[in-house]
Ligand binder design. Sequence first.
Ligand SMILES: [Fe+2]
Length: 337
Amino acid sequence: MTLRKFLPVLATSLISLPALASEVNVYSARKDALIVPLLEKFTETSGIKVNLLTGKAGALLSRIKAEGKATPADVLVTVDAGNLHRAKMAGVLQPINSRKIAGTVPKNLRDPGDFWTGLTVRARPIFYLKDRVDVSELSTYEFLADPTWAGKICIRSSSNIYNQSMVASMIEANGEMITEKWARGLVANFARKPTGGDTDQLRALAAGECALAIANTYYYGRLLDSKKPADKDVTAKISVFWPNQSGRGTHVNVSGAGLVKYSKNLAEGRQFLEFMVSDEAQNYYAEINHEFPVSTSASASQTIASLGSFKADSLNLGVLGVNNSAAVMLMDRADWQ
Ligand SMILES: [Fe+2]
């Protein structure tokens, strides 16, 4: 077992050890089950030992900032372009400088300044209750603010970065004034006060608490793959709708990673990121969490492929971070709790 987790107390002492073998220290905001098998595979093929520290996105960023030049972190793995942008703006990342990554990951899924790259893609479409909504009634995110949907929409709180990024994409498409008006209309259509995560919205939808819900695709994928009768009941009652197909496309986001500015194992960190965009890693990574690969030569899980193809918004995801604070303030003004 070459993979080991270091305890917080050990983290700073690691850097005083002489480099006996090549290694890379990864700070990750992803669940261990999603990433550990990949780290093991990387060690197997490269001989580079991986030390993993798992934590919440915000806590990991604060930690890297606090550790400053002494940080043992080489790579930061996190979710949502909004969080990746925060890390970039906090000055804890450096340009990746990898031809392999630039040649594999589409440009709109990478930071324009090369400070982070997407590793998997998720979409945030509309889900509907089949016996209450006809698909012909659905069209765009914008139309969710129409009074037609009064009291019928379930969505999680505005403190969630997925919603902040979705609103950031709308600011880019429609401007702040129109988006604020939209957010007020959306809030007026809420079926209930925002509560719980994306899976909770899908469960509430199936239970008839709402007619529409917004959630990331992988939460739906997990329910579709679940053997639990309660989850099968949920997926039997709901379906996915890809909004904005005749316009900019459905909102997408990424999980991603960057190289830490004060990395002591820069070559190994870069090699690790290059491994993460290889077909082998991409197929596994996309499969296990029902996300879409960033590499066009890798394939999505059967469950996710069964949702059908759709047009994704091709906006550069760096914009989601740039527009984040405007989105947060706008949602606040619209009383989106
Ligand atoms: Fe998530």
